[in-house]
Design a protein around this ligand. Structure first.
Ligand SMILES: NC(=O)c1ccc[n+]([C@@H]2O[C@H](COP(=O)([O-])OP(=O)(O)OC[C@H]3O[C@@H](n4cnc5c(N)ncnc54)[C@H](O)[C@@H]3O)[C@@H](O)[C@H]2O)c1
Length: 430
C-alpha cells in the first residue's frame, strides 16, 4: 500500500517505519525541518530501541521517504495516517489544533479515493469532526473514509509493541475502509477489533484511564503500607496472581508521567464534563498521582530536614526507563522543589539529560557517569527505573555518598542488599 504518515514523532515515526518494514511504501511528513533532515540521513530524532536499524534499512530499500510537503505525499497515497500531537490545552481538553491544521493543509490534494486514519489520541467524536472539516474544505464524501486506529505502543518498547500488538482497534462507519486498514495489520496479528469510530476513540482513553487508575490505586495502597508496616511489593504480588486483577501496572512508586497518561486522563475527564457527567474516580486518580510526588518529597524532607546547602544526587530524568522523553516526568517537579529549598542537584540519566536540560533550571549539574553524582552527596534519589540502575555497585555507592541514604521512588532494590551494604533505604511502601 502507499501510505502517508503525518507527524513523525514517537507514534508517527514508529508507524511509518514499521509499515515500511512490512513492505508498504510510506512517506513520513512533518513540519519540523530539523527532524526531517535527520530522518533523511537515517538518524532517529528520538531514542527508541531497534528503531534506527529499521529506519536505515527501509530508507535504503526505498520504501520509506520523508517530506515536509503533505500535499505531494497525499497525492501519491491512498491511506493517510494522522499522528500529530494532541497535547493538553489549558482547560485540560485535548488540543486538536495540530490535527486541524494538518488536515486543512493536505485537504486540497484529495482528488482521488483516500482513507484518513486517526492514530493520534483524540476525543470521542473527532472522527465525525474530521469528516465535517473535509466537507467544509469542499472534499466530496465519495472521495474519503475516516477510520480511527488508536495506538497503544509504549515508549521504550515501541517497535516491539507495534510489531507484536496485543490488539489492534479499527473503528469506521465504512466497512470497506475498515477492511483495508485491518489488512495492513494482517501480518502482525489476528486480534483486530472492528468497532464504530466513537467506540474506537473511547477504547484508547478508557484504556489509559484504567491503567492510570491501577497505578494510583497501588500507590495509595503503598501509602497505607508505609503506615501499617506492610510491604507493597508483597501486597501487589499477592493481588496480581488473581487473574481478574493481573500483576502488571501494580508497581508502586512516585506516580505516572509521560506524554500520555497525564493528558489523556484530563482529556477523558473533560470529555465527561462536557457531557455533564462527572468522572469521579478519574478525578481522584489524577489528584492521587499529583500527591504521590509530594509523598515522595515529604520522605526526602523527613530524612534530610532543612535542604539548604545539601548536595543531592538524582538518578533518572526520563518519565520512565528506556526513553529520552521527559514530558511530565516526576523529575521536572522534584528537582525544582529541591532547588527552591536550597539544595544543590547533581543529576544523571543515561539518555534523557539533553531533553531534561531544556526544561529544568540552569543550576542543575549534569554528570556523565551515574557514580559521579554521588561524591559527597547527602542522599541518592532514584526517580526513573532504568535497568542499568538495578545492577549497581552498592559498596561503591556507600563509599561515595556522604550520608549512606537512598530514597527510591521506584522501589528498585532489595532491603536486604541495602542492609548488607550499610545503606539506609527508603522506598514507597516497602
Ligand atoms: N508517545 C506515546 O507513547 C503515544 C502512545 C500512544 C498514542 N500517542 C498519541 O499519538 C499522538 C502523537 O504523539 P507523539 O508522542 O508521537 O507526539 P510527538 O510530539 O512526539 O510528535 C508529533 C509530531 O507531529 C508533528 N506535527 C505537528 N503538526 C504537524 C503538521 N501540521 N503536519 C505534520 N507534522 C506535524 C510534530 O512536529 C511532531 O514531530 C498523540 O495524540 C498521542 O497522545 C502517543
Amino acid at each position: 500500500m502507499k501510505i502517508t504518515v503525518i507527524g513523525t514523532g514517537y507514534v508517527g515515526l514508529i508507524t511509518a517505519t514499521c509499515f515500511a518494514e512490512l513492505g508498504n511504501h510510506v512517506i513520513g511528513v512533518d513540519v519540523d525541518v530539523e527532524k526531517l533532515k535527520k530522518l533523511r540521513n537515517g538518524e532517529s530524532p528520538i531514542y527508541e530501541p531497534g528503531l534506527t536499524e529499521l529506519l536505515k534499512k527501509n530508507i535504503k530499500e526505498g520504501r520509506l521517504t520523508f517530506t515536509e510537503d503533505s500535499k505531494e505525499a497525499v497525492k501519491e497515497s491512498s491511506i493517510i495516517y494522522i499522528a500529530v500531537g494532541t497535547p493538553q490545552a489549558d482547560d485540560g481538553s485535548a488540543d486538536l489544533s495540530y490535527l486541524v491544521s494538518a488536515i486543512k493543509h493536505f485537504a486540497p490534494a484529495i482528488d482521488h479515493k483516500v482513507i484518513i486514519v486517526n492514530k493520534s489520541t483524540v476525543p470521542v467524536g473527532t472522527g465525525n469532526y474530521v469528516k465535517q472539516l473535509l466537507i467544509e474544505e469542499n472534499i466530496s464524501e465519495d472521495l474519503f473514509a475516516v477510520v480511527s486506529n488508536p495506538e497503544f505502543l509504549k515508549e521504550g518498547s515501541a517497535v516491539n509493541d507495534f510489531m507484536y500488538p496485543e490488539r489492534v482497534v479499527v473503528g469506521s462507519d465504512k466497512k470497506e475502509a475498515a477492511e483495508v486498514i485491518a489488512k495492513l495489520y494482517g501480518p502482525l496479528t489476528d486480534k483486530i477489533i472492528k468497532t464504530n469510530i466513537l467506540s474506537a476513540e473511547l477504547i484508547k482513553y478508557a484504556s489509559n484511564g484504567f491503567l492510570a487508575t491501577k497505578i494510583s490505586f497501588i500507590n495509595e495502597i503503598s501509602n497505607i503500607c508505609d503506615k501499617v508496616g506492610a510491604n507493597v511489593r508483597e501486597v501487589a504480588y499477592g493481588m496480581g496472581l488473581d487473574t481478574r486483577i493481573g500483576g502488571k501496572f501494580l508497581n508502586a512508586g512516585i506516580g505516572y508521567g509521560g506524554s500520555c497518561f497525564p493528558k489523556d486522563t484530563l482529556a477523558l475527564i473533560d470529555i465527561a464534563d462536557k457531557l455533564n457527567y462527572e468522572f469521579k474516580i478519574l478525578k481522584k486518580v489524577v489528584e492521587v498521582n499529583h500527591d504521590q510526588r509530594k509523598v515522595y518529597y515529604a520522605k526526602i524532607k523527613k530524612e534530610l530536614g532543612d535542604l539548604k546547602g545539601k548536595k543531592i544526587a538524582v538518578w533518572g530524568l526520563a518519565f520512565k526507563d528506556n526513553t529520552d522523553d521527559v514530558r511530565e516526568s516526576p523529575a521536572l517537579d522534584i528537582i525544582p522543589w529541591l532547588l527552591n529549598d536550597g539544595a544543590e542537584v547533581f543529576a544523571y540519566d543515561p539518555i534523557a539529560q539533553e531533553n531534561a536540560a531544556v526544561l529544568l533550571p540552569e543550576s542543575v549539574n549534569y554528570v556523565k557517569d551515574a557514580y559521579d553524582t554521588l561524591n559527597d552527596a547527602d542522599a541518592l534519589l532514584i526517580i526513573t527505573d532504568w535497568k542499568e540502575f538495578r545492577q549497581v555497585n552498592l559498596s561503591e555507592i556507600k563509599k561515595r555518598l556522604k550520608t549512606p541514604l537512598i530514597i527510591d521512588g521506584r522501589n528498585m532494590y532489595s532491603r536486604d542488599d541495602m542492609d548488607e551494604n550499610g545503606l539506609t533505604y527508603i522506598g514507597m511502601g516497602i
